[in-house]
Design a protein around this ligand. Sequence first.
Ligand code: GLC
Length: 418
Amino acid sequence: IAFCTTAGATGEDSRLAWFRDAKLGIFIHWGIYAVDGVDESWAFYNGKVPYSEYMDQLEGFTGEHYDPFAWASLIKRSGARYAVLTAKHHDGVSLWRTPDKHFNVVDHTPFGKEALTAYCQALRRVGLKVGLYSSLIDGSHHDYPHFTREEKRYEDDPARWNRFRDFMHRQIADLNQRFRPDLVWFDGDWEFSAEQWDAPGIRAQLLATNPDVIINSRLQGYGDYGTPEQGVPITRPETEYWELCLTMNDNWGFQPQDTNYKSVNQVIRILVECLNMGGNLLLDIGPQADGTICPEQVAILEGLGRWTAKHAEAIYGTRQGIPAGHFHGPSALSPDGTTLYLFLDHVPTGPVMLKGLKNAIKSIEVVGTNQRLDWDIKMKLSWSDKPGIVYIPLPRGLCDPEVTVLALELEGPIDLFR
Ligand code: GLC
């Protein structure tokens, strides 16, 4: 994964700086699959519904309440710093009119409008970075070899493949030039190799016209950052930059029967796990076919927003926390290492305990409350180099209903006894 692992070493840091500091983004899966509430693209690929029935959903995609400014304001209130919208999923239906004649919501649905122009404007108006998801796979294109899991259009036909590849490259170039996204989120790279997609060519083309654009990892090694999916990492992902993409319930697109939503508390605790390991969370919403976002999803974003607003200093721009063993829970550090944030997902029954901290502590504050806490150090003996144990009594009344954060201001950058 050449670019993923060397990004930091090749002066790429400044291009990726906003991304590293953003910590929270919102994924938006909006497409015709919301009409019947079936799996995005996979429904026909896996043979759950016939392709023709899947495509009949084009007729139900009205977008009549599509209000990208309302989306953008809600996303902003959640505390996210960027959003990524599915400009084109594996079904090949795009949210903008692409240069070649192909399925798109402007010409083939009652919505009849270009969704991307307004989306980009709205996000920029509220100060969010603009991400666009684009599938490399295109199950609707007659020159794309894989139609369904069972059925291939052809096996080996370089002329046909090249036709598809040229089409796909033109589409990406158009997306890049017209909308100048801050981030392009590819998907489906697993179906072909870097050479077959011409992944280096795609990367070069994007950066040539849009030099600051950030590219996710799903480009067979030619992206900038890792994208673990649906699994909160247990150990820190290897790429320097990474983002966990996660559904609120169990599906990416809108599916009314799926009410298996995570609670606000569960989402916050997953976000905190990402902060602890120096990554971002890309939390998904699936708007309905008319463009509205259902109340359950709105409630999660609003709940998240209350917590992120209160704890902003412990979120944005932080770096990964301290190794396990020092503190029983996730943590994060300010970029200069002089402030340590401890995340508490419970109301402690005794003082909060921190082991192996060599620095002197200047102050301890409950983030978002202006309340200072006292602390006490035990087992720091004059003849021993062991730093002792810091105990921080935390009154219940100061605890956040979801996750409480303590900020420890240290004398100098953090120094741990190992
Ligand atoms: C997967 C799926 C896709 C979804 C994406 C989001 O790779 O193919 O349906 O859009 O993950 O991460």
